[in-house]
Ligand binder design. Sequence first.
Ligand SMILES: C[S@@+](CC[C@H](N)C(=O)[O-])C[C@H]1O[C@@H](n2cnc3c(N)ncnc32)[C@H](O)[C@@H]1O
Length: 254
Amino acid sequence: MPLTPNHPWRDRLPKAPLDLESTAQKTGVQSVFDWIELFNGFQAELPEPYAEIDVLDGPHADVACEALRSLKRNPRLVRFAGVDMAGNRLWNVNPVLKEIARHVYPGTALDLGCGAGRDAVWLAANGWEVTAVDRLESNIETLRKLRQAYAENDPIHWVQANLHEYPPEHDFNLVLLHFCWDPQYFELAKSCVKPQGLLSVLAHSSTHVRCFAGPRSAKILVPESLKTEGFEVLCTEEHWARDRHFVSVVLQRH
Ligand SMILES: C[S@@+](CC[C@H](N)C(=O)[O-])C[C@H]1O[C@@H](n2cnc3c(N)ncnc32)[C@H](O)[C@@H]1O
């Protein structure tokens, strides 16, 4: 893929505070319990635990913040008008994706085990033609909602399938295996990267397990195990991100 350090699509989705006044008007929520119920339905859209959630100040803000705190979230009141909740992204972009998008032109991407689809939606909104696969119907449903809210006109092809039985129809410029580590899925991911294409693997590290006693060892990535014929390891990094320590490996197919 050609290098393009500053292409115009980069990080097209802004991050914005929650505008709870319009939410209150649309949904009629009043009490702390109403807000808790509402936030529970949108867990997948909230930032990761411990991240600050900016809440636009207004008559409902205090009650909504109380609800967020009781869900162990970290709200912060801000005075900032002129944003609408539906048009703005609420989560932090995966830093590995931002770095990849800084260096390559958008092409086709495959997100294996896409979860609620944040990576897929961000890529689509930044010019990529995305195929997103997950076995859980509820995740595909959330992905559809996210796409509707944040990347309505951008192509995402979603597939509800088990990766053990999923045959990709063609090869991709970029394949993601993010927090869905399994050696078998890695074989699948490798098999559908185009020549010169990239494969990004993110997974919990052994440091994470030492600190938190989970997830189980089968889900842990040892970066050295990814050295594989036909691919060059472009970078291996380890990161702390609040409550997790993870390994990021980006490979390029010859
Ligand atoms: C921890 S989530 C990661 C989601 C997303 N990739 C991310 O980084 O936020 C793992 C996802 O992989 C999916 N998954 C795990 N095994 C799968 C399989 N065999 N087939 C399809 N999806 C699978 C799960 O349903 C879940 O949504």
